[in-house]
Design a protein around this ligand. Sequence first.
Ligand code: KIV
Ligand code: NA
Length: 270
Amino acid sequence: PIRRITAPEIRARKGGEPIVTLTAYHAHTAAIADDLVELLLVGDSLGNVMYGMETTVPVTLDMMIIQGQAVVRGSKRALVVIDMPFGSYEGSPAEAFKNAVRVLKETGAGAVKVEGGVRTAETIRFLTERGVPVMGHIGLTPQSVLTLGGFKAQGRDEKEWDGILKDAKAVDEAGAFSIVIEAVAEPLAAKITGLVQAPTIGIGASAACDGQILVMEDMLGLNERVPKFVKKYGSLKDHIRGAIEGYAAEVRERNFPAPEHTYSMRKAAE
Ligand code: KIV
Ligand code: NA
């Protein structure tokens, strides 16, 4: 039987072969990626990607649990990590614990992820000490869009470095088993990676990180507009449009369904 990769196994990969991770929201995409990656993140980016939201702010715990269940069902080997959505962990460590336990119990996932550095460290420690593996997320933290006023790369001015370095250290010392670094200038991402014990997983944070993550739909070419840090490894949108065009044309020509897709009457007994 195939055994799940665990959070401690990801942590032990620090400084070794790069850790390959992707987001997944569905059973079918999870199943396709499962043996090709080490970790599947059920990101709250599903709000944008699946549900057409402008930001991740409206994403609910129930949405994360439903999609998390789908990804756990669809996969056998990858560690499944589920994003705690905006509002589910910032109020207090105790509330974060209650919500994180719901996520783990109802989905069977192996860990949760929370955004924020110094401000979230106490909660990361609280959860980790009570049996909830936590992935950190620093640099650009999209759930803070309403206070930030927008999305921009972090650490491109040296005066921003001190705060981000403090965030990295706080999350690391609090016991995060790995740390996502989002949209951070290369020299700072490299410095953080050298400084912390936990493996860093970069998204728009250079090849210096211990691993990489991308939103699967972005790298597959399903979305027209993607951030600078996305490389499109596929062009699924064109593929899907081509298939739908073929279907539409054959339906209009009455060439689909063909005899092999059609039920005939049973032959009468002789
Ligand atoms: O929600 C998400 O997909 C994420 C990753 C991009 C790190 O948080
Ligand atoms: Na996220």
